[in-house]
Design a protein around this ligand. Structure first.
Ligand SMILES: Nc1ncnc2c1ncn2[C@@H]1O[C@H](COP(=O)(O)OP(=O)(O)OP(=O)(O)O)[C@@H](O)[C@H]1O
Length: 552
C-alpha cells in the first residue's frame, strides 16, 4: 500500500465470501486513500465484482471488516447510509431510462419529503445547479435513455457525489466508450481526484491502469496478491501477479508509445494467418448495403480462411453492420450472400440457416438467458442437434456443453450452473461458445473480448483464428486494437462508411486516426486488396507511406 498518513476512504480486511462450494473471496483486503485512483485487477473470476458488491452494501461478507474513513460500514440495508459513503458506476446503467436526468438525480431520496407534490421546475433547477457544479454538461430535462454512455456515467458520478460519497467505484467504465469518450472520462476523474474524491478502478485494459491510477491491487483466485504504486509494477510484473505464472513473454506490450508500422508488435505468440486454407472465394459478400441512419452503400467481402476486422468508434455504424449480417436489422438496400447464396436480410433464422454465427455486443441484452444453465445457454443455437425429432436429450446437452466448457476454458463449477453465477468474463465465453456451436461459415464477433482478462483475450482471439483456419470466415467488429491486431486486414468505418483498409503491420496511430475520421476517404496504410471507396465511388489507390493527416 502506498505510504499515506490519512485515514483510508475505504478499508476492507479479512473479507471472505462463498457461494455454495465456490470461494469468491478468501481473506481479501483493500485500502484506498482519499484522492487516490486505485486500480483493482485480476483474471476473470478473481473476485473483483464480489468485492464491489460487498463494498457497496449489496452483499454481506461471510467474514471480515469494512470501514469508511475509519468508521464502521452502515448497517446492511441502510440504503441512504451506503449512498453517502460509496457509489459504483457499472458498465450497465443504473439510471432509469424513462425518467429525466433531474428525476434520476432527485427521486427516491429519503431526505426529500415523499408526500409533498413534486415541483418539477424546482427539481430541474436543482439538477442543473448540481450538474453545473460538477462540470457535467447534460440537459436536466433530457430523458436518461437519450443520453450517451458517457453522459450517463457523468450523471451517475454527479448523483453519487451529491449524496455525499467521496469514494466511487468504476467497474469497467470504458468498455462501451470510444477513445475520445475515455479521454473525457479520465479528464473528469482527474479533476475530481484533485478535489479529494477517491476512485477504485476496475479494468481489463491494463494500459488504462497505467494512464489513470496511482496504485494497483491484484487479486488472484479470490485472494489479495499485491498492492503497489503502479510506477513500481511494470506490465509484465502485473500480468505475472494476475496469472501466477513467471514473466510471460506473451504479455501485451505497453501501448503508451505508438510504434512505427513496420515495428508494430503482434502478440509474441502470433496468431498466424491461415495462408494454406485461405482461398480466393469470398464466403461473405456484402454489396450496396444500407441501413438508414447507421451506414450506407457498404461493399465488403471476407474470404474463406480470412479474419477481417471492422473497426470503428461508437457512431461509426460498424456494430449495426455486424448485427445486420446476423439478421438483427433489415437494411433498406443491398445484398448479403454467404457461400454464394443470397441471405434473406432482416431475418435471424435465415442468417442462422445460411451459416452466420453472431457474438453480440451486449451479452446481457442479446446474449444470455440469465436463469438458464451454462449448458442450456451454450447450446441454444443447436437444439436441433441434441435429440431426435425436436426432442432434446439431457445427456447430449451435457456432452455438448462439456466439450464447449473445455474448448473455451470456461470457469464454472459445472454445466448445470446458472449462467448468472459466472463471472462476467466467463459469461462472455459462454456467448462465444454459443456462436461457435453451430460451426458457422461466417462468424461475426462484435467486441468479442469485452470483459475478458488479458490471458483469456489471447486465447479467444486464437480460437477465432482457428475458425478461419478451418476454412471459414471471421469478421471481428471492434474498436479494440488488440482484437484488430489479430486480423488479416482491417477496414475502418467512420460515419457509416468504410473509409480505409489496413494490411497487417498498421500502426495504432493510423488506425485510431481512421476511426476518428481522419483517413480522408483513402487507405491510410498500404491496402491489402483493392476496395471500392464508398465516398468517391472509385477504387482506393495504394499508398505506401505515412498518411496521417498531420503529415499531409
Ligand atoms: N451469485 C453467485 N453465485 C454463485 N457464484 C458466484 C456468484 N457471484 C460470483 N460467483 C462466483 O464467484 C467467483 C468470483 O466472481 P466475480 O464475479 O467476483 O469475479 P470477477 O473478478 O469480477 O470476474 P470478471 O473479471 O470475469 O468480471 C466466480 O467463480 C463466480 O462464478
Amino acid at each position: 500500500m502506498p505510504e499515506s498518513t490519512s485515514v483510508p476512504v475505504v478499508e476492507a480486511s479479512g473479507i471472505s465470501k462463498r457461494f455454495g462450494a465456490t470461494v469468491a473471496l478468501a481473506e481479501a483486503r483493500i485500502a484506498v486513500a482519499p484522492g487516490e485512483s486505485h486500480a483493482l485487477v485480476g483474471r476473470n473470476g478473481a473476485g473483483k465484482s464480489t468485492l464491489v458488491s460487498i463494498l457497496t452494501g449489496l452483499q454481506r461478507p461471510d467474514t471480515g471488516t469494512l470501514r469508511f474513513l475509519g468508521a464502521p460500514a452502515p448497517a446492511f440495508g441502510d440504503t441512504d447510509g451506503w449512498r453517502a459513503k460509496v457509489a459504483c458506476v457499472y458498465q450497465r446503467s443504473t439510471v432509469i431510462g424513462g425518467l429525466s436526468v433531474a428525476e434520476n438525480l432527485f427521486l427516491n431520496r429519503q431526505s426529500a419529503p415523499g408526500l409533498r407534490p413534486i415541483r418539477w421546475r424546482q427539481l430541474r433547477e436543482r439538477a442543473a445547479e448540481l450538474l453545473t457544479g460538477y462540470g457535467v454538461e447534460v440537459d436536466p430535462a433530457a430523458r436518461a435513455e437519450e443520453l450517451t454512455v458517457e453522459q450517463r456515467q457523468f450523471v451517475e458520478i454527479a448523483r453519487a457525489l451529491s449524496f455525499g460519497a467521496r469514494f466511487i467505484i468504476l467497474d469497467e467504465p470504458t468498455a462501451k466508450l470510444d477513445a475520445r469518450g475515455i479521454e473525457r472520462l479520465f479528464g473528469k476523474l482527474r479533476e475530481l481526484q484533485e478535489q479529494g474524491v477517491a476512485f477504485l478502478f476496475i479494468s481489463h485494459h491494463l494500459q488504462e491502469v497505467y494512464d489513470l491510477c496511482t496504485s494497483v491491487t491484484v487479486y488472484r483466485d479470490a485472494r489479495h496478491i499485491v498492492t503497489a504504486p503502479v510506477a513500481e509494477l511494470d506490465q509484465a510484473a502485473l500480468v505475472e501477479a494476475m496469472t501466477g505464472e513467471g514473466a510471460s513473454h506473451s504479455a501485451p506490450a505497453p501501448a503508451a508509445e505508438p510504434q512505427p508500422a513496420a515495428e508494430t508488435e503482434r502478440s509474441a505468440e502470433p496468431l498466424p494467418a491461415a495462408e494454406a486454407e485461405r482461398s480466393a472465394d469470398p464466403l461473405l459478400m456484402v454489396s450496396g448495403l444500407t441501413l438508414t441512419g447507421a451506414y450506407r452503400n457498404v461493399e465488403l467481402t471476407v474470404g474463406a480462411g480470412e479474419v477481417v476486422g471492422l473497426a470503428g468508434a461508437t457512431a461509426s455504424g460498424n456494430v449495426r453492420l455486424g448485427e445486420t449480417l446476423a439478421g438483427l436489422h433489415r437494411p433498406s438496400a443491398g445484398r448479403i450472400s454467404v457461400a454464394g447464396k443470397a441471405v434473406r436480410t432482416g431475418d435471424i433464422p435465415s442468417a442462422l440457416a445460411a451459416g452466420v454465427g453472431l457474438v453480440p455486443e451486449d451479452r446481457h441484452l442479446q446474449g444470455l438467458v440469465a436463469g438458464r444453465s451454462v449448458a442450456e445457454n451454450a447450446t441454444l443455437t443447436v437444439t436441433d442437434q441434441l435429440g431426435p425429432c425436436g426432442t432434446v436429450l439431457p445427456s447430449r446437452i451435457a456432452a455438448f456443453a462439456g466439450r464447449m466448457i473445455e474448448d473455451l476454458d470456461i470457469k464454472t463449477p459445472g454445466p448445470d450452473t446458472p449462467v448468472s453465477a459466472l463471472s462476467g468474463g466467463n459469461q462472455q465465453k459462454v456467448v462465444i461458445a454459443r456462436a461457435l456451436a453451430t460451426d458457422p461459415h461466417v462468424l461475426v464477433a462484435i467486441r468479442p473480448t469485452n470483459g475478458v482478462d488479458v490471458k483469456s483475450k489471447e486465447f479467444l482471439l486464437r480460437r477465432i483464428r482457428q475458425v478461419a483456419q478451418a476454412g471459414r470466415a471471421a469478421l471481428i467488429v471492434s474498436d479494440e486494437l488488440d482484437d484488430l491486431r489479430s486480423c488479416d486486414r482491417v477496414l475502418a468505418m467512420f460515419h457509416g462508411e468504410i473509409t480505409a483498409e489496413f494490411a497487417p503491420g498498421w500502426s495504432d496511430e493510423h488506425l485510431v486516426a481512421a476511426m476518428e475520421g481522419m483517413a480522408r476517404g483513402h487507405a491510410a496504410d498500404a491496402p491489402a486488396r483493392g476496395h471500392t471507396d464508398p465516398v468517391r465511388g472509385q477504387a482506393t489507390t495504394e499508398i505506401e507511406e505515412d498518411h496521417h493527416v498531420s503529415h499531409d
